[in-house]
Design a protein around this ligand. Structure first.
Ligand code: IPE
Ligand code: IPE
Ligand code: MG
Length: 241
């Protein structure tokens, strides 16, 4: 399912507005090459830019990628440290390129004490540099957990003094990390794992899901095209008939 395909393999008039991606399989890719896991994360950078180019070419307006989950702190200290440093470097290296491509960068996730200031500063810089871009929004989920996001939304509503009756689906959606972010029509996870791992729990309620076997470092823009073609073959019913 969702084999790589060409740009003309789907109907350009029915492209998902928002594609969410779980970039998974870096460690296994590296292990299979006899390399340390961190080499897989490094190679994942090119795959991320392939995915960005694919979404831009297809005319996708929003793209969200899972870069670091609230559960990823459980990894060995060295790997966590590498991922934090690598993310900071990636933003520094690539923000001008993304800016030139007309991409607006946003972040979702908890900005808590565990995220080093150096990373937070790069996040702020990337957001403010690109804030007026309108070709596509790239949302990076960093120190992100779907349950944490819902907890944070509920806390914010309680702090604002909302009454029980005022807590509606709309109110919760308005208090999520990025209230402007539309629900993804399509979620893609690589590496053959068929789970959501605490990603966008609220927003994925009715998304089409594609679980592809390709490991993230091998992901190309053609995988985006193939996933869109597969999405267009699905029938979305939203509980109706
Ligand atoms: C995804 O690849 C990257 C992050 C979670 C940061 P993994 O590191 O999870 O790779 P596998 O799943 O162990 O192969
Ligand atoms: C999900 O992948 C998180 C990211 C891709 C950032 P994981 O590799 O952490 O998820 P599990 O542990 O397989 O559920
Ligand atoms: Mg993984």
């Amino acid at each position: 399912m969702a084999d790589p395909a060409a740009l003309d393999s789907f109907d350009p008039a029915n492209v998902p507005n928002h594609i969410a991606i779980i970039m998974d399989g870096n460690g296994r890719w590296a292990t299979a090459q006899g390399l340390p896991r961190t080499e897989g994360h490094k190679r994942g950078e090119d795959a991320l830019f392939e995915a960005v180019e694919g979404c831009l070419a297809a005319g996708v307006s929003w793209m969200t990628v899972y870069a670091f989950s609230t559960e990823n702190w459980r990894r060995p200290k060295d790997e966590v440290k590498f991922l934090l440093n690598y993310s900071r470097g990636l933003l520094r290296r690539r923000r001008d390129e993304l800016n030139d491509r007309g991409v607006r960068i946003r972040f979702v996730g908890r900005r808590d004490w565990r995220v080093p200031n150096g990373v937070l500063n790069e996040m702020d810089k990337a957001e403010s540099l690109t804030r007026h871009n309108d070709k596509m929004t790239l949302v990076i989920a960093f120190n992100y957990g779907g349950r944490a996001e819902i907890v944070d939304a509920v806390r914010a509503m309680v702090d604002e003094g909302l009454k029980g009756k005022q807590i509606t689906e709309k109110a919760i959606a308005r208090h999520l990390y990025d209230p402007e972010m539309p629900d993804p029509e399509l979620m893609i996870r690589t590496s053959g794992e068929s789970r959501t791992s605490n990603y966008l729990m609220w927003q994925l309620a009715y998304s089409e899901m594609i679980f592809a076997d390709v490991l993230w470092p091998d992901f190309t823009r053609e995988h985006i095209y193939g996933a869109i073609a597969e999405y267009q073959r699905r029938e979305r019913r939203f509980g109706g008939v």
